[in-house]
Design a protein around this ligand. Structure first.
Ligand SMILES: NC(=O)c1ccc[n+]([C@@H]2O[C@H](COP(=O)([O-])OP(=O)(O)OC[C@H]3O[C@@H](n4cnc5c(N)ncnc54)[C@H](OP(=O)(O)O)[C@@H]3O)[C@@H](O)[C@H]2O)c1
Length: 197
């Protein structure tokens, strides 16, 4: 079977574990970010110097392609991704700040296979007290939405760890790949009154 391609926007920070898991499962994972060397090991960082992107393959697994791009320039971001993909992408995972989300996802949309599933990741601030979550950005692409919350242990409250976040997002990714109906996933605690409305 030919290698499937996943675009993971914002996949070099707390979602790095999610991107790593997709690579381990045999995906070609394209990672646009401002500092693409954040996605790479030392040898690949050296190879990146002076280039807009660098492929980084791991024997027996999928591969990772880090691309230098900024959400503030969506058309350029899409062009940079277009340069490194060999065909339509089969999956989009998007952890993109709310102010850039629609413009970036619309720019990326032509690079997706028809009906390719999308996983949109939101922070809890994206949940409007009255309107709830924004609608998925891309019509025609079944979308799983993830809302990141916090975790409570006794009296202390903290953000989710990177591992908890990646694990929660991967659950939504697997639902998306299984063709399950679009739904909203809450990872950790989110204000339940807000989520209901
Ligand atoms: N539970 C929650 O609701 C929640 C929400 C947000 C944050 N947090 C906490 O806050 C910490 C940091 O969060 P974070 O927001 O910095 O997320 P992050 O996932 O650690 O990093 C953001 C990701 O987006 C990329 N990115 C950011 N701005 C970009 C731009 N303009 N263009 C292209 N790519 C861009 C970053 O790569 P580059 O920097 O290389 O561009 C990176 O891949 C997390 O570790 C987490 O603990 C919690």
């Amino acid at each position: 079977m030919s290698e499937r391609t996943a675009l993971v926007l914002g996949g070099t920070g707390m979602l790095k574990g999610c991107a790593d898991e997709l690579v381990a499962q045999g995906w070609r994972v394209v990672l646009p970010s401002r500092r693409p060397d954040g996605a790479l090991g030392t040898a690949a960082k050296a190879a990146l110097r002076g280039r807009a992107h660098v492929p980084h393959a791991t024997t027996g697994q999928g591969s990772r392609i880090a691309v230098a791009a900024d959400w503030a320039r969506p058309a350029e971001l899409a062009d940079r991704v277009r340069e490194v993909v060999t065909g339509p992408a089969d999956l989009l995972v998007a952890w993109v700040h709310a102010s850039y989300r629609e413009a970036v996802l619309r720019a990326i949309a032509p690079l997706l296979a028809p009906r390719a599933p999308v996983v949109e990741v939101h922070d809890s601030g994206a949940v409007h007290p009255v309107r709830g979550l924004p609608d998925p950005a891309l019509d025609g692409h079944p979308t799983q939405q993830v809302v990141l919350g916090f975790t409570c242990h006794g009296d202390s409250t903290r953000w989710l760890s990177h591992e908890e976040t990646s694990t929660g997002v991967l659950t939504a990714v697997h639902r998306a790949l299984d063709g399950r109906p679009p739904s909203v996933h809450q990872v950790g605690e989110v204000d339940t009154w807000v989520m209901r409305h």
